[in-house]
Design a protein around this ligand. Sequence first.
Ligand SMILES: [Zn+2]
Length: 132
Amino acid sequence: MKPVPTPNADTKPFWDACNEDRLIVQTCNSCGHKQFYPRALCVKCEGRDLDWQDAAPTGTVHTFTIAHRAPTPAFKEDAPYVLALIDLDDGFRMMMNIVNTPHDAIAIGMPVRITFEERDGQKLPQAEGLTS
Ligand SMILES: [Zn+2]
């Protein structure tokens, strides 16, 4: 079975939103910085007044790699699969898979939209390439 995140006090709102097919981002009320992953402090100003904002479920490919060999048996059926850093349009970066997209169509700068993959009761954000 593929691994499933274990939410903690800092990350639970994020994972709960994913289960509602919503992308949210932790945002600092003091300086406006948006950060992923969620933390107890703002990494820019060290403020503790953090909140959550809805994030647009769109972005672009910052970089990617195609994994031909699964790291564990759980991912064997997925190989070859795409692991990518996605720059979300709301100004933060996340690592996720690019799914439902022909591998030879994927390129740096390609626009993507966020979809959600369910694993054992928890949904995870994944990217899907938008071809023009
Ligand atoms: Zn801040």
